[in-house]
Each structure stands twice: as structure tokens, then as C-alpha cells.
Ligand binder design. Structure first.
Ligand code: FDA
Length: 303
């Protein structure tokens, strides 16, 4: 119930003004977001890669309402890549893109979002980096997969996030066989007509999806902090004869940081998803919704 309320608030402009306007919010946001500036993203990247972790950078900006904002997000990625190249950071870095940030939801937004994503992929490819496209709410899945398909024709290394909670997912995973797929549980409030509602059902669907990916020929990216999922992933990798590096774990910045380092020290490939930028509200509210303890922490700092 609280989760649903928070996820609904993630779309409310009124709530956004309240939450963003409270100075103390900042301290809580800092746990999940590397910072607002490019320099913050670079500092987090240096720290994480120095500790043996890989990173995927998300330039926050899902509330794009004008093409000029979408252009600014594209340019921010290009600037970030330039700084990675200068700082010798390209080897362990990639980018995560939200197509809404690149303008997918604007009127006639598909071709603009595709062009901007293509420009980002071209530069990433030139620098030997990869790109993964995030998945947003279920109404965007078809258009996102459509854009990803077009990108993959030129850049076969483009990955995509797929949400285990959606009932359609097993079919999508079969279509994506052989590619880079980040399997996540799903962070959006979805109706029962399209998504499993209970944690047990979502977890079971996740394991079915993971089995398909580990048995396949692609590069599975295990996007979860769930200790049981991590154990199952390790076991599936072993039984399918996969070496670390032919799959990878991915976790979010600020969540189970010790576990990220433990897995990396054990020889696993671990990539941390690092969000940065000023438009952190939607991302932050989804992180609160995932875990009641985060809400308590947040409310305490409000008080
Ligand atoms: P689960 O929610 O069951 O949590 C397991 C444990 O992890 C918890 O008990 C707790 O210890 C810890 N944990 C989880 N969330 C936490 C939080 N917010 N704060 C503190 N501890 C927490 N979703 C989506 O819809 N589209 C996308 O593109 C992506 N991309 C993405 C990338 C990466 C790298 C990750 C790790 C996740 C995503 N997600 C996502 C989010 C995903 O769908 C999901 O909401 C979260 O990962 C939480 O689910 P878990 O699998 O971690 O398990």
C-alpha cells in the first residue's frame, strides 16, 4: 500500500515540489544518487572502479517535456564519455539510458529518441564502451524494444533491461536470445492484468527468466540485490558452465555496497548502476517504494 502510494507520488508534480523543496531530503538522496554534477559522477566512477567494480552511468532526466531537454541529456552523455576517455575510465564504464529522457514520450518522439540514442551509441562504440537501455512502465515496453531492435542492427552490443514482474517477459526473453539482457524484478506500479502482484510470484518469474538467460548464448546481467537471487544466479552459472565475465551482477549505487565488493573480491564481475544529475525525484521515490526501512529513514530526517 505504502509502496503504491510512493510510486503514484513519483508521478505527482505537487509531491515533487514538497519533497524537492525540503533541504533535508538532500541527505537521504545522497545515499542513492552520486550527485548532480558531472564531477560527482566521475568521482563515484573513480572510487568504484578503483575498488574493482564496473559501473553503468544513468544521467537522470525522465521528465523530458521538450526536445531541448532531450538534446541536453544526449549532450550530457557525450560530455561524460569525453571525461571518461580523458580520465582513462572507459574500460570499466558503460551508460544506462532511459528513452523517456531522450524524448520517447514527446509527440512524434520515437524518431528523435532513436536519433539521440544512436548518437550516444556511436560515441560509446568508438570508445569501446557499451550501452544498456532501461525499461520504464509497461506502456513503454513495445516502443522501447522497438528502438532497441533498431539500435542493435548497428550496435549488437546494446543491452536492455527486462522486468520479471511483467507477464509477457518470458516471450521477450526468448526474442532477445543471444544479446545483453539485464533482468530486474521491475520498479513500477503495474496492474494485475499485465504484471504479477505478489513478491513470491515475481521472484519465481525472475528465476524462470534467469534460467533462460543463463542457458542461452547471450550475456545475462543479474540486476538484483536479493541474496537468494544472487545464490541462484551463481548456481545457474556453475551448472551451465559459465565463467565470471560471461555474465555479470548489477546493483544500484548505495544499496548493499558491501555485497557488491564481496562478490567482486570473490572473482565475480559486478557493475554498479550510478545515477547522477538534478532530476532525481522519480528515481529516488522508486527506491523509497522498494523498501519500507528507507521510508522510515526519510521520514526521520523530515522530522
Ligand atoms: P528485492 O526488492 O526483493 O530486495 C532484496 C533485498 O535488496 C532487500 O531485502 C534489501 O536488502 C535490498 N534492497 C532492495 N531494494 C532496496 C532499496 N531501494 N533500498 C535498500 N535496500 C534495498 N527496474 C526497472 O523497472 N527498470 C530498470 O531499467 C531497472 N534497472 C535496474 C538496474 C539495476 C542495476 C538494478 C539493480 C535494478 C534496476 N531496477 C530497474 C530496479 C528493480 O526492478 C527492482 O525494483 C530493485 O532492484 C529491487 O529489487 P531486488 O531484485 O533488489 O529485490
Amino acid at each position: 500500500m505504502i509502496s503504491r502510494l510512493l510510486l503514484a507520488s513519483a508521478r505527482s508534480d505537487r509531491m515533487r515540489r514538497v519533497v524537492v523543496g525540503v533541504p533535508l531530503t538532500r541527505a537521504v538522496v545522497d545515499r542513492f544518487v552520486a550527485g548532480e554534477a558531472l564531477e560527482d559522477a566521475l568521482a563515484a566512477t573513480r572510487e568504484l572502479t578503483g575498488a574493482g567494480l564496473a559501473v553503468t552511468l544513468d544521467r537522470l532526466g525522465e521528465d523530458t517535456t521538450e526536445p531541448v531537454q532531450a538534446d541536453a541529456v544526449r549532450d550530457a552523455y557525450l560530455e561524460l564519455f569525453g571525461s571518461f576517455a580523458e580520465g582513462g575510465l572507459t574500460k570499466d564504464a558503460e551508460a544506462s539510458l532511459k528513452l523517456s529522457a531522450l524524448g520517447l514520450a514527446l509527440p512524434d518522439g520515437r524518431s528523435g529518441a532513436l536519433d539521440r540514442a544512436r548518437a550516444i551509441c556511436e560515441e560509446a562504440g568508438r570508445l569501446g564502451m557499451t550501452v544498456t537501455v532501461d525499461m520504464e512502465d509497461h506502456t513503454t515496453v513495445d516502443s522501447t524494444l522497438d528502438v532497441v531492435r533498431e539500435l542493435r542492427a548497428d550496435f549488437p552490443w546494446v543491452g536492455v533491461a527486462i522486468q520479471a514482474m511483467l507477464r509477457r517477459t518470458e516471450g521477450d526473453l526468448r526474442d532477445l536470445a543471444g544479446s545483453r539482457v539485464r533482468l530486474v524484478k521491475g520498479a513500477y506500479a503495474e496492474p494485475a492484468s499485465v504484471a504479477y502482484q505478489s513478491k513470491a510470484e515475481v521472484d519465481r518469474a525472475y528465476v524462470r527468466g534467469l534460467r533462460l538467460l543463463m542457458e542461452g548464448s547471450g550475456h545475462p546481467m543479474v540486476g538484483s540485490h536479493d541474496p537468494r537471487i544472487v545464490e541462484i544466479a551463481l548456481e545457474l552459472a556453475r551448472t551451465n558452465g559459465r565463467e565470471p565475465g560471461s555474465y555479470e551482477f548489477q546493483m544500484l549505487y548505495g544499496i548493499r555496497a558491501d555485497e557488491q565488493r564481496r562478490l567482486a573480491a570473490a572473482g565475480e564481475r559486478v557493475r554498479v548502476y550510478v545515477p547522477y544529475g538534478g532530476d532525481w525525484y522519480g528515481y529516488f521515490m522508486r527506491r523509497l517504494a522498494e523498501r519500507p526501512a528507507n521510508i522510515a529513514f526519510f521520514l526521520r530526517s523530515f522530522l
